[in-house]
Design a protein around this ligand. Sequence first.
Ligand SMILES: [Zn+2]
Length: 167
Amino acid sequence: MSQCKNCLRGGSNVSLDSIGVCAHCSMLVFENIDLHRREIGHFIELVDDGQSVSSTLRACREATKQAVRLVEYEIKGIPTGDPAASEIINHCEGVKERVLEETLDTIVKNGLTLSEAAGTPEMKKRAIRFALLQLSLFYDENNISEQNSEHEEKLSEAILAINNSIT
Ligand SMILES: [Zn+2]
């Protein structure tokens, strides 16, 4: 017995196309996959373009969202074309991690540089607190729940070092 991979309807009177989808689903499945592919193409361009951190991260999110829709079809055994949705998701994850790491590193580095250049311990600490604030704003803006404590630790250690140098 043949069964449609999309709606799971089966029986002798259900005829399937070349990818195993019934006539009822065929057009809809084709159009959806085509739409998701075009959206992915659009967002991947923005991901690789790297105009700004926030636009890159937004594009990663959107491309992943569309790729997840393709995964739904792939799980049903319906081919969705190249590259595979999982490859798209991996690519976006990789870009996202790299951009996040670079941005957080830059915030910490700038904070420490500003702090070193500051004239008084109070100003030095203010520069570090400013960097800590930038970190938390960045986490909020990009919906990062898992905070990278390694970066905050570095800044907190700098404040401790300043405090120790005073006493
Ligand atoms: Zn169907």
